[in-house]
Design a protein around this ligand. Sequence first.
Ligand SMILES: C[S@@+](CC[C@H](N)C(=O)[O-])C[C@H]1O[C@@H](n2cnc3c(N)ncnc32)[C@H](O)[C@@H]1O
Length: 340
Amino acid sequence: MTTPSAAPVTPERIMQFAWGYVPPLVLEAAIRHRVFDVLDSGPKTVSEIHKETHASERGLTAILHALVGLNFLAKDDRGAFSLTAESAAFLVSTKPGYQGGVIRHCSEQLIPKFLRLNEIVATGKPVEAVNQEADGSAFFHEFVNDIFPMSYPAAQTLARHLDSNARARVLDLAAGSGVWGIALAQSSEQVRVTAVDWPEVLSVTRKTVARFQLTGQFSFIEGDLLQADFGKDHTVATLGHILHSEGRERSRALLAKTFHALAPGGTIAIAEFLVAPDRTGPPLSLLFAVNMLVNTDDGDTYSFAEIGGWLTEAGFIDARTLDSPGPSPLILATKPRLDR
Ligand SMILES: C[S@@+](CC[C@H](N)C(=O)[O-])C[C@H]1O[C@@H](n2cnc3c(N)ncnc32)[C@H](O)[C@@H]1O
């Protein structure tokens, strides 16, 4: 009897990962030197890109070819470089789907902390914790607008999913840029949003809301999530990418507090990087858990079942997922009506 021959084991993947820190840094250099923006008007040679960006021809030659190898650019017979469909949609700073904001922080805000990972794994403690106001305010002040494009399509999906009663009074918790409240407020002039975050970050929220000309629909509550007074009778509460930095105990307390701030029949909507129940995937959510190890005291990523259990414990019913663009589906649940 013959056994099917297994594919030979090679060190190829390990060699690729040995250089895995390079692609985001190449992307950052290209973004900071406006390479994708300059190519948006059409294909260009190295010297043409040099004339517009003033970056060195040697430096540009190296990163342009690396970006061709990574399929973020194409190169034609006369040596001109052009955008691919992906880089045209997501790496040109004037495009609505621009994702380059996060990449711009790699060398100064993201990678430096990961360089301490050996030490952090030994102690189980972050070097700086972004879930604490002192470090977190400054970090998120820089960061929240750059992650706006990650959640805007999902926030628009939520706005389309909820009927006009369900999205009338929004409680946008850990509002950041205000992306969740903004998408809901755009769906109707009747929508009113209460945005909660640390004071320094709310100054960014206010500016972003003003840029969307929605200031008249917003009010703002400054403070820590477990201390601030959320008010009452909100019809929907959004928790966009906050549970992962709060950790299990604070997340459970936050869900219980949110339950009390909602009107009967109200909806809670949670955006997270969800993991499979046995924590074997998906890779992005597992890597994000390492990011929480590096950046927070107690943060992690969770499964739908785990968050669903906390929602039930807080009094919510009908925990469910809503397919939406983004790393994972949204989690929704309902506060029961009094007459049930
Ligand atoms: C990852 S950002 C998410 C922002 C926005 N909800 C989104 O989905 O893009 C986390 C936000 O939570 C805020 N935040 C974190 N911990 C907080 C706390 N304990 N109290 C108040 N705000 C907090 C940060 O300032 C930041 O704006």
